[in-house]
Design a protein around this ligand. Structure first.
Ligand SMILES: Cc1cc2nc3c(=O)[nH]c(=O)nc-3n(C[C@H](O)[C@H](O)[C@H](O)COP(=O)(O)O)c2cc1C
Length: 229
């Protein structure tokens, strides 16, 4: 089992070859394949990455995860590392992927209730919260995992900011959520609507409270969808 503290103190995300794909595009809203190598760096297997298998096709994991106060079995807890980030860290120990972190231009509150209230406002307004960094170039990726928590039964609105800005034509999108009971929620529906040109693959929903122990289900899912060796 991998705990959040493990991830922080052992630097497992780095040791697993998890890399951040900040990107190269001048315009963050409508990237075009440039022919030049993407800035998304491929993780290098290292001694800390015992089970990385490699994969012929290139997979991008785009993850939005919020640290701070969060739901925990009906109560509250403080997450030093968000649940989805933990699951993506596990995933990256199992398969060779590039990771792009979706960072909000205006950070969400660390307070849970304030975040719930802000999300409600954003959903009601159909908001598209701004992303701080340039978006990745999808050229060279034929599979994209979209990973986030579930907020009011949907992916956080910032996931739509990401998906609507990119062209997924010819790519398979795999929804991945962590949640407190809603499973994938409406993620499949939302991504079907907003990932232009994508084929939707099987999703994975992990209980947020059990993110650190999710390796078996992540591995089984990777196998089912053909991402693991
Ligand atoms: C604003 C907000 C709304 C949430 N709404 C739901 C929900 O509708 N259904 C659910 O199962 N979990 C809900 N949760 C719990 C999160 O989906 C869950 O804790 C998830 O693992 C958080 O992922 P993260 O830590 O990577 O951000 C909500 C959490 C927040 C902060």
């Amino acid at each position: 089992m991998v705990t959040r503290r493990d991830l922080l103190t052992r630097g497992l995300l780095g040791a697993a070859g998890l890399s951040v794909a900040g990107c190269a595009l001048a315009t963050p809203t409508r990237p075009e394949p440039s022919g030049s190598p993407t800035m998304a760096t491929r993780p290098q297997p290292s001694s800390g990455s015992p089970t990385a298998t490699g994969n012929a096709s290139r997979t991008l994991v785009a993850v939005f995860s919020r640290a701070g106060e969060n739901h925990f079995y009906g109560g509250r807890t403080w997450l030093e590392v968000g649940n989805t980030e933990v699951v993506v860290g596990l995933l990256a120990t199992l398969v060779d992927v590039d990771v792009y972190r979706i960072v909000p231009a205006e950070p969400y509150p660390t307070d849970y209730e304030e975040t719930v209230a802000q999300n409600t406002r954003e959903q009601d307004a159909g908001a598209r919260p701004r992303i701080a960094d340039p978006l990745p170039d999808l050229a060279g990726y034929d599979r994209v995992v979209l990973a986030s928590g579930v907020w009011s039964v949907r992916p956080p609105m910032i996931m739509r900011t990401f998906t609507e800005a990119l062209d997924f034509t010819g790519r398979t999108v795999y929804p991945l959520t962590t949640h407190a009971g809603s499973g994938l929620g409406r993620a499949v529906e939302v991504y079907r609507q907003t990932c232009r040109g994508a084929t939707l693959g099987e999703g994975l929903a992990v209980r947020g409270e059990e993110a650190g122990a999710a390796e078996p289900e992540v591995r089984a899912w990777l196998q089912r969808v053909g991402l693991l060796g």
